[in-house]
Design a protein around this ligand. Structure first.
Ligand code: NAD
Length: 296
């Protein structure tokens, strides 16, 4: 079924996601504050509008892909934002990675104004956004999830209902805390292997078939060679930047502190990525932390 969809935030992720909605036959309006972005998407089948209000005014579904919780609060709850301008009954889907508290606040306000809403952050990066193979982690009521699922399927390969409002964001930051810690663990193992005279390929051959096996090793190996498609083979060109990893680790640390959860390895990972980013490596792929750990 063709829907009228408003897409807010047409950056590295949002633009290819919105284009997949166009390809799926939906009528897509879009807003981004950057003039050049609006001009570019207008040539690609997205009706670019000059404001959020203009983009959402007859939308059946509103989707957003914004940088932070502050941007999302402003876009949804501001005077000229989505909740003030979207038609009653519209379905709201925030795909940004933001803090759990902001996601729950926006969902509560949206519900009080009669909107169904889900938080639906993604895994899969810009490659997954372009290929339409993202994984969506979706927090919200059953009926809102039921309406969101077919829309999200046009942009992804897996759409998982994680529970009530905010649980999509919780799943995202827990998953990325595992990823940050495991990338550091794999990097430490290769750095130690180097010092012990163990060839990198041999460590890979053993660990990829042993209990050290994990995604950071076998899909995204942080040293060049064993996995030809990993960013290590193209001088750590991203992929997923160190700045993005640090953002997600900080979100997990803020959530852990607020919830009283002990995450000592998550805290260490956040500190190590802070050192890496402060060293000017914010735009390096996050697997480049191997260079810092090994001293290369
Ligand atoms: P980006 O900076 O490329 O895009 C964000 C866009 O939002 C920008 O074009 C910006 O101009 C626009 N924007 C800012 N305020 C706005 C507003 N009020 N209304 C409409 N648009 C507005 O960032 P990105 O890489 O596309 O990431 C977007 C979100 O996706 C982030 O929350 C990020 O953590 C998450 N994410 C990114 C990746 C990745 O690999 N890039 C992977 C998973 C999740």
């Amino acid at each position: 079924m063709s829907l009228r969809i408003a897409f807010l935030g047409l950056g590295h992720m949002g633009r290819p996601m919105a284009l997949n909605l166009v390809k799926a036959g939906h009528q897509v309006t879009g807003f981004d504050p950057v003039d050049a972005v609006r001009e570019a998407v207008a040539k690609e089948g997205i009706a670019a509008k000059p404001s959020i209000a203009a983009a959402v005014d007859d939308a059946q579904v509103v989707i957003s892909m914004l940088p932070t919780g502050g941007h999302a609060r402003e876009a949804y709850l501001g005077d000229k934002g989505v909740c003030a301008g979207a038609p009653a009954g519209a379905l709201l889907i925030d795909c940004s990675t933001i803090d759990v508290d902001s996601a729950r606040l926006i969902a509560k306000e949206a519900a009080s104004r009669g909107f169904a809403m889900v938080d639906a952050p993604v895994s899969g990066g810009t490659g997954g956004a372009a290929a339409g193979t993202l994984t969506f982690m979706v927090g919200g009521a059953d009926d809102a999830f039921g309406r969101a699922e077919p829309v999200l399927q046009a942009m992804g390969k897996a759409v998982i209902h994680t529970g009530g409002p905010g649980t999509g964001q919780a799943a995202k930051i827990c998953n990325n805390m595992v990823l940050g810690i495991s990338m550091i663990a794999v990097s430490e193992a290769f750095a130690l292997a180097d010092k012990l005279g163990l060839e990198r390929q041999k460590l890979f051959d053993v660990s990829s078939k042993s209990s050290g096996q994990c995604w950071s090793l076998t899909t995204y190996c942080p040293v060049p060679g064993p996995v030809p498609t990993s960013p290590a083979n193209r001088d750590y060109k991203p992929g997923f930047t160190a700045a993005m990893m640090l953002k997600d680790l900080r979100l997990s640390q803020a959530a852990a502190q607020a919830a009283g959860a002990a995450t000592p390895l998550g805290a260490a990972a956040a500190s190590l990525y802070t050192l890496f980013v402060n060293d000017g490596q914010q735009d390096t792929d996050f697997s480049g932390i191997f260079k810092m750990i090994s001293g290369e």
